[in-house]
Write a protein that binds this ligand. Structure first.
Ligand SMILES: [Zn+2]
Length: 261
């Protein structure tokens, strides 16, 4: 028995703003792809973790962010404005889509501005500021951030993700409880699909073999693996020192849960 952890980097143009040139066509597809994914995940009743770049939840900004400790030129491509004027840099509407989906998705953090936490010039102060902004913005929308995905898999400053003492990880269930068996029956497509639909169909089939993890009441999200998933290793601080215990041989891309601030 295995486990599938589905996490989606939700970033629009922020995923590329530090590159030499922006992949315009790819960015153009990001919004419709986001909407399509929400639809497909609803269709197959698959919850996912959406690792959202915090800036997307802003209703508007001036494009400067002068109070942010990032280097001055980090926001050089930020056009400012709002979702109507620059739809690839803002996404409060898309985040609401995830919140309002039929399945119970998790919204996690992908930093505020897609900083590469493991880069040499990214300090702990920058990472802390990115996390705090993301957390504050999420809170305004009634979202509690409990998972973090390192942009581009660049791991660094993991101590900034420490779990506060006495923090409960269990949260009450929300809508659409599953049947007595704890297993949802996916609606499989009638014809052999391809692309994302096929992948999600396979995940949905796999889900019928999995059970919710004991102590959690949200089947489909917390699943007991028979072996650790290769790309979703948990990060936990030690009990005594609060220091991180990184797995050097296999860098984490998802850290969950845990915020210092
Ligand atoms: Zn901005």
């Amino acid at each position: 028995m295995g486990t599938v952890a589905l996490s989606i980097d939700a970033e629009l143009a922020w995923g590329y703003h530090d590159l030499a040139s922006l992949p315009e066509k790819r960015i153009e597809k990001a919004r419709p792809s986001w909407r399509k994914l929400v639809e497909l995940l609803d269709e197959f009743e698959i919850p996912a973790t959406w690792a959202v770049v915090g800036h997307l939840s802003l209703d508007h900004c001036d494009g400067n962010h002068e109070d942010h400790p990032n280097p001055k030129n980090w926001f050089r491509r930020d056009p400012g404005g709002d979702v109507k004027t620059n739809k690839d840099w803002f996404g409060p509407d898309l985040i609401e889509l995830v919140q309002d989906a039929q399945v119970d998705h998790e919204i996690g953090s992908h930093t505020f501005s897609h900083v590469l936490c493991g880069a040499e010039d990214v300090t702990e102060e920058i990472v802390n500021a990115e996390l705090k902004r993301s957390k504050d913005l999420a809170k305004e929308k009634g979202i509690e951030l409990n998972s973090f995905v390192f942009p581009r898999g660049s791991v660094g400053h993991r101590r900034s993700l420490r779990l506060p003492r006495n923090r409960s990880r269990a949260r009450p269930p929300r809508r659409r409880p599953l049947g007595d068996s704890g297993v949802s029956r996916p609606r499989l497509p009638q014809t052999r699909p391809s692309g994302p639909t096929r992948v999600l169909g396979l995940i949905a089939q796999r889900r019928t073999c999995l059970r919710p993890l004991e102590g959690h009441t949200r089947p489909g999200r917390y699943l007991r693996p028979s072996s650790p998933p290769s790309t979703a290793r948990k990060y936990r601080p030690t009990e005594t020192t609060g220091q991180s215990t990184p797995n050097r041989s296999s860098p984490s891309t998802i850290a969950s849960p845990h915020w210092l601030m």
